[in-house]
Structure formats: C-alpha cells, structure tokens
Design a protein around this ligand. Structure first.
Ligand SMILES: [Fe+2]
Length: 352
C-alpha cells in the first residue's frame, strides 16, 4: 500500500542506497537518494522528507556532522542513522543528538522497515501532541480573554449602575473616560497605554461600592475621618479589578487621587513617579467633578473650572497633562460652546 511519507536515503555507496530504496519502495514509501551531505541538504531544501536514513560514515561531511544541521533546520524530520556494527557507539551518541533510531550494516531489511515504521509512528505522535498543545493553548487563551471581557463588562455595568443610582454621579465614569482618552491622544500614548487608560477610567471609582452612601452624599464639608473613609475607594477599587486587569490598570486606579506634589492622603509616590495614566485621570476626574452638581454645591462653569485646573498645576496636577488638557478642552465632547454639554440619562448598556 502506498504511504504518504517520503524517505531520503543518504549514503555514499550506491549499492546500499538502491537496496534500501527497493525495499522501502516495496513497503509503499516514496524514496529519494543522496550520495553525500551536500546533495542531502539540496534535496531537503527543495522538498523536505519526513524521514532520513543517514549513513554515519561518508566522505566529506559525515552523517554525524550532518545530523545536528538537519535537526536544526528540519526538526520534524525523523532521522535513522545507518552504521557498521563496529560503530554502534557512534550511533548511540547520534541518538543523544536527536536521531530517532539506528540500523546496523549489513542490514536486515525487515528490521529496517520496522525501524522506519516505528520512527514515523513516533514522529506522527509527536506532531499530533504538538498540534494538540498549540490548539489547547490557543483555546485556553481565547477562554481567558472571554472570561476577562465578561468580568470587566460586569464590573463596568456595576459602575454604571452605582452611578445611575445617584443623580450627582450619573455618567461620571464615561465622561472621565472621554476626557482622559482625549488627553492621551494629545500626549501621544500608545494603543496599549490608551486601552489600559480606557479601562482604568471606566472602572476608577468601582471601589465606591464599599463607601458609605450617606458620607458620599453629605451636603456639608467632610470631616477628616469621612474624607479618609471616601479615599479608601482607590485601594478597594484596585483590589476589585486586580484579578482581571494588568498591573498598569491596577496602579492607575490606586493612584488616581494622588497629588502631583505628593501631599495627598497616605500618598506613597509623587511627581513623575505617579503613573502617567493616573496623572491624566486625576485631571479628567477633577474637571468632571467640578463641572457636575454636587450635594454641597452646584456645577461650576467651564471657564471657572478650567481656571481652577490651571491654578492647581504643579500642586495637584502634572503641568504636562494640564497643558495637553487645556489645549484640547475646546474640542472635548463633554463641552459645547464653552458650556458643559447637556447630559443624557445613563441607560443600561449591553456588555461588549
Ligand atoms: Fe475617585
């Protein structure tokens, strides 16, 4: 029966090549011959064989020297070393170098066929296992991405639900995201950094789920203890998203209330040690908060809010980010004709 696999017989003795060729062709294999290493490499380059029978001792480059080259260039080709009985030690060393089997001269042709069959069977199994592992890894990666997407979508929906419940914060995260992404574009952040910033901005206040609603909506000035309680949302939020986002997004959420001069509550870093995305989010978050009604004050006009952001440059905000923000502030979708754009009621959103 004709077999699929092609065998390349590499031996300097024509008689041996013909003998093997004849026997293996009868067993159904397609065979080619090469009388030296150079020819063998040319034939492999033109059409790689599934199996090579390689004579250990050949004039010029020997089989021992050719083996590592073949294994490096054609790792999927099985190699059987052909050797005189007196060179068996050499053959065993070749197996340590990646040869699949060895056959001894003078050949027992039935044993040669068995060795070929076994080597090809082993090769087939190895390829199957590799293929399975590659597909398995691909499948696992796909599933991981899907689980992550669903989980992030669920957290995002939770954030929107939390905000929608409160007229003061409805739509806050989406507006902060729009502003932050506009600043990121102006600053030339990479695609990956921008995607992280998008998630960081959408989820930055998720930790408020653990914050006392009465304190959040308090119509008068917060006491230091209340302020400290509210600020816990950065750590809590970072903890909530940590299992499904990368470290950059976690840090962004953790540091989004950090002040540039380092004077914020329990702050561990300052200046450019605060992640850039967190410095961007700080400006976007503060601007949206200023231009929104709060339980303790009405929304501040855009002009006044922009002036306040500028005033807080170097203390609360990074000057680089403020410059970019001021530059793009006129074209922000959340501002229309110098006024805060009308805000629609936030509706439930389908998970992407
Ligand atoms: Fe916040």
């Amino acid at each position: 029966m004709e077999k699929q696999e092609k065998i390349l017989i590499v031996d300097d003795e024509m008689g041996i090549r013909r003998l093997l060729h004849h026997k293996l062709a009868k067993a159904g294999y397609t065979c080619e011959e090469a009388e030296n290493a150079g020819w063998a490499l040319e034939k492999m380059a033109a059409n790689p064989a599934e199996l090579m029978i390689l004579d250990i001792k050949m004039p010029g480059k020997s089989g021992v020297e050719l083996l590592p080259e073949i294994k490096a260039k054609y790792p999927d080709t099985a190699v059987i070393m052909a050797t005189a009985i007196t060179e068996a030690t050499n053959a065993i060393n070749c197996m340590k170098q990646g040869a699949d089997d060895y056959i001894c001269k003078p050949f027992n042709l039935e044993e040669v066929v068995v060795s070929v069959e076994k080597s090809l069977e082993k090769r087939g199994l190895e390829l199957e296992i590799r293929d399975y592992q590659e597909h398995l890894q691909q499948k696992v990666d796909e599933q991981t991405r899907e689980i992550r997407r669903l989980f992030l979508g669920a957290i995002e929906a939770l954030v929107f639900a939390l905000e929608a419940k409160d007229k003061y914060t409805a739509g806050h995260s989406r507006r902060v995201t729009k502003i932050a992404l506009a600043i990121a574009k102006e600053l030339g952040l990479s695609k990956d950094e921008t995607e992280d910033l998008r998630w960081g901005s959408l989820l930055h206040d998720v930790g408020k789920i653990a914050i006392d609603q009465a304190i959040q909506n308090k119509p008068t000035k917060l006491t230091p203890v209340e302020y400290e309680h509210i600020m816990l949302h950065t750590q809590i939020g970072a903890g909530i998203v940590k299992p499904v986002v990368n470290d950059r997004v976690v840090e962004m959420i953790e540091h989004h209330h950090d002040r540039y001069d380092g004077s914020g509550l329990n702050q561990t870093v300052a200046g450019e040690d605060i992640p850039l995305a967190a410095r961007i989010m700080a400006v976007a978050d503060a601007f949206d908060a200023m231009t929104s009604d709060r339980p303790y004050r009405p929304a501040r006009p855009v002009e006044e809010s922009l002036a306040e952001v500028k005033r807080c440059t170097d203390t609360q905000f990074d000057p680089l980010v403020v410059r970019a923000f001021i530059k793009i502030s006129n074209s922000l979708p959340v501002i229309k004709n110098g006024q805060v754009a009308a805000r629609k009621t936030v509706k439930a959103k389908r998970i992407r």
